[in-house]
Structures are given as structure tokens and as C-alpha cells.
Ligand binder design. Structure first.
Ligand code: ADP
Ligand code: MG
Length: 444
């Protein structure tokens, strides 16, 4: 079965979906046709590889319709498997019946040890991550990195993967988020492919799981994870996990798993102290066109925005955007910084509240506040809800817990996840970046 045939099947299926009103607007069509493709067609199973999260969302949301569409093209019933992919596999010879490592994905190359700034707050985590990357399976197993959101856990996990790839090119590396693991278990149970799901982890040399807290409270997921975990550790394969808290503090996590997590090394990342914040800002500045920045500006940002590194970066990006695109200067003074942060630091709490944010998002997406607060999880509601949560965090500086409460009593990890997802969408998809900018205009 050649690539042309697979591309053709996909094209026809998309045409069917448009015809049947399943994918309705241009951006959906574009997302699916540009960012997903058929990786293999093997008897009744079609594996679809998605390069971006949104494509996965759309396909999973309309899974049955996609299956119907494909069946109508290939003239027999099919089951689809949606996997994360990257462009690397496209246009190369596809292995038709041997798709074992679904999550054998590239780590994010932008996150490495070279651009991770080390300070008192994170040195333990950085040193142990580097040790593990240099001696996978031989140092601490598992390495468990924990800390609040935005402090560099995902960065370090990717850095481990990238370093291992560099030092041990033949190693099979698995990278998966806790949430994707949970979803993977759920969908493979539904599709009766749980053995395939497990198999993909069996011969990994190193498994990296980001945000493991998401497996809490899910019995079947525990069982599967436990057996994968033991299999790998017994074979002296490295496991690295990140989490927003210590194993013992993860509610709803089985004792036997907690005790496994404790058998390696637990290291904490803390909020960056002043010096580290300044160094992170300086490092990020070297990547911009800004030629000079006054020390008091750096000091201002480090003092006001150093709750976590993500916030620090956000403040710097806002300043760079203002200086370059607005003030057209490449020398940043404190006056310029004050103008840039006006309305962000001081006024925001006064003018904007949760209702204003909800209203702006509802107006933009044509949904109702009740829908935002509801339990409905279809993507046309879930995405606006996630964006609204992200904006609450950005503008109101409310604790995750409080934001969750205001969106139908959801728990804090849902909000953390929403903020992460939206940030990822903003980074990867200009369409979302634009949408959010438009919504933000509506807030002012
Ligand atoms: P977490 O996973 O803990 O929520 P991330 O790893 O996503 O946090 O980090 C948030 C942002 O901050 C990322 O862009 C990351 O590159 C950056 N960052 C965090 N810590 C550092 C650091 N020590 N040096 C440079 N950048 C950092
Ligand atoms: Mg993270």
C-alpha cells in the first residue's frame, strides 16, 4: 500500500466528512488535512498520526464519524487509532503492519540542559536529571521531579530525553503526559487494543512521563501503569516522572505505586530566587533583538513576576512585544517597562473579573456561561472553557483552586492542565494566538 493510496483515502474521507457536515469550517478542515495523515491501514485498523493536539481533539471528538467516513472509502468497517506523531514519518516508507511505538515521539528540542538556568531553587533537580541522562537505568530509578506549575519540570524532562538521544542514539525513548496515558488506557480498553497499548512501552530504554498526578483515582490505569513500571524497572530501564506534588500527597494513588515512586529519588523544584530570575531573564534576552536593558528593569520584573518561571517569561515577552512593536526601540528603560506593564500589574484586578472574562470568551465563541460551567466536554465548549481558565489565571492571579471552583467546581489539576494546553496551543498555533488576542481586546 503506497503513500499515494493512503493520502488519497484520507482526502476522500475528509471530503465525506465535509459533505456530511461533520467538519464544518475552514479551520477545522485545514487542521485535519494539514496536521494529520494516515500512517497505516492494516486490515480493519487505520492508524492516524496527528502532529498537533487540535487535530487529535477533532478526530477523537468525531471518532465514529471518522470511522464511518473511512469505511465508506475503503468499503469495509474500520477502527481508527489516533496517535501523536511528527512530520518525520511523513513521506517516508510506512511500515504497514508494525506500528508498535505510538508514543516514541521526539522530545521538544527547545528544552535542553544548555538553556536551563541553574540556581539554588532548581540545582538538585537539574543535577539529578543530568545524572540520569548520563547513566540511564543506573543512577536513580525512578527519578521523580516535583514542584508547582511553571517551574521547569517539563523542561527538564525533555532535556533528559534530548540528552539521552544525543548520548545513546540507539535508545528507544518514550515520552507521554499523564493525561495522554489515562486517555490512551481508556480508549484502548474501549477499542480492545489494550495489549497493543502496553506493548509500545515494553521495549523502551527510557520512559518519561510528564504530570503523573493525572493517573490518580483511576484503577485500571493504575494497574496498567504498575505493570509497565515494574517491567521496565526490573529490566533496568530508566523511568523519569514529573508531578505537581510528592507521591504521598497525590490523592487517590494506590499505596503500592506510591512506594514504587519512593524507591528512586524525589527532588523538588522551587520558585526561582531573585538571582536565578535575573539570570533566566538575561538568558532569554540574548535570544531577542533587544540590545540593552537597564538593570532596574530586570530587577523590577524579577521582583514582581517571579512566582514561577512561566510568569517571568510572560512578563518579559510582554515587555519585548511592547518595546519592539509599539515603542520601536531596542533599549529598554524603566519608563518603557512601566508603560508596558500598565494595566497588567496594577489595574487588572480592579477592571477585570471572572465574569468579564467569561463574557468575552462567550462572545467570541458564541457559547453561554452555563455551558462554560457545565460538565459538557465536547471540544466546542471545552476549548473556550480552557481559554477562559487560562485568562483568569493570567489576569486575576487567582489560585488554581478558586478558578476551578468558579468553573463548575472543577479541581485545581483541571485548571493547571487547561492553562498548559492553552499555552501549548498559543505556542504552536497562530490561529489560537490570534483568537486569544481578540478575546483579550474584549477585556479592555
Ligand atoms: P512546569 O512543567 O514545571 O509547569 P515548564 O517546564 O513548562 O514548567 O516551564 C515553564 C517555562 O519556563 C518554560 O518555557 C521553560 O522553558 C521555562 N523555564 C523554567 N525553568 C527554567 C530555567 N531554570 N531556565 C530557563 N527556562 C526555564
Ligand atoms: Mg509541565
Amino acid at each position: 500500500m503506497n503513500d499515494y493510496y493512503l493520502t488519497d483515502v484520507w482526502r476522500k474521507a475528509i471530503a465525506w466528512l465535509i459533505d456530511h457536515g461533520v467538519i464544518m469550517n475552514d479551520s477545522m478542515v485545514q487542521t485535519v488535512s494539514d496536521y494529520s495523515y494516515i500512517l497505516s491501514l492494516n486490515e480493519n485498523t487505520i492508524v492516524i498520526s496527528c502532529q498537533i493536539f487540535l487535530a487529535e481533539l477533532i478526530i477523537n471528538e468525531h471518532r465514529e464519524k471518522f470511522e464511518e467516513a473511512l469505511a465508506s472509502v475503503v468499503h469495509h468497517p474500520v477502527t481508527i487509532k489516533v496517535i501523536k506523531g511528527d512530520d518525520m514519518n511523513r513521506n517516508t516508507n510506512k511500515k504497514i503492519d508494525n506500528i508498535e511505538v505510538f508514543y516514541h515521539t521526539q522530545c521538544d528540542k527547545n528544552y535542553n540542559f544548555e538553556n536551563f538556568i541553574v540556581g539554588r531553587s532548581n540545582i538538585q533537580a537539574q543535577v539529578s536529571a543530568l545524572t540520569v541522562a548520563n547513566n540511564p537505568g543506573l543512577a536513580y530509578n525512578p527519578l521523580f521531579i516535583y514542584g508547582n506549575s511553571g517551574l521547569g519540570k517539563t523542561h527538564l524532562l525533555n532535556a533528559i530525553g534530548n540528552k539521552v538521544r544525543e548520548l545513546f542514539p540507539h535508545f528507544k525513548i518514550g515520552f507521554i503526559s499523564g493525561l495522554d496515558f489515562v486517555e490512551g488506557v481508556a480508549s484502548s480498553i474501549k477499542n480492545h487494543t489494550i495489549n497493543d497499548f502496553k506493548k509500545q512501552f515494553q521495549d523502551l530504554d527510557i520512559l518519561l512521563v510528564d504530570d503523573i498526578q493525572f493517573i490518580a483515582g483511576k484503577e485500571k490505569t493504575h494497574e496498567i501503569f504498575f505493570s509497565i513500571f515494574n517491567g521496565l524497572v526490573n529490566a533496568k530501564k530508566q523511568i523519569c516522572l514529573t508531578c505537581d506534588r510528592l507521591p504521598k500527597d497525590i490523592e487517590g494513588l494506590e499505596e503500592r505505586i506510591i512506594s514504587r515512586f519512593n524507591q528512586g529519588l524525589n527532588v523538588n523544584i522551587e520558585a526561582p530566587e531573585y538571582e536565578t530570575s535575573i539570570n533566566i531573564l538575561k538568558k532569554k534576552l540574548t535570544l531577542s533583538t533587544i540590545q540593552s536593558i537597564d538593570d532596574d528593569v530586570l530587577s523590577y520584573i524579577a521582583t514582581n513576576f517571579s512566582q514561577d518561571v512561566r510568569q517571568l517569561e510572560g512578563a518579559l515577552n510582554r515587555l519585548l512585544f511592547y518595546a519592539i512593536d509599539f515603542a520601536s526601540t531596542n533599549h529598554i528603560t524603566l519608563d518603557i517597562a512601566m508603560e508596558a506593564f500598565q494595566g497588567q500589574v496594577t489595574d487588572s484586578n480592579d477592571d477585570i473579573d471572572i465574569n468579564i472574562i467569561k463574557k468575552a470568551v462567550c462572545n467570541y465563541y458564541g457559547v453561554t456561561k452555563q455551558q462554560l460551567n457545565s460538565k459538557i466536554r465536547t471540544k466546542n465548549i471545552a476549548i473556550p472553557r480552557q481559554i477562559a481558565m487560562y485568562l483568569c489565571r493570567k489576569y486575576l492571579d487567582l489560585p488554581y483552586k478558586d478558578i476551578g471552583y468558579n468553573f463548575g467546581k472543577r479541581d485545581h489539576s483541571t485548571v493547571i492542565n487547561a492553562c498548559d494546553r492553552v499555552e501549548e496551543m498559543i505556542r504552536k498555533e497562530p490561529l489560537y494566538q490570534k483568537a486569544i488576542q481578540e478575546i483579550e481586546k474584549g477585556l479592555k
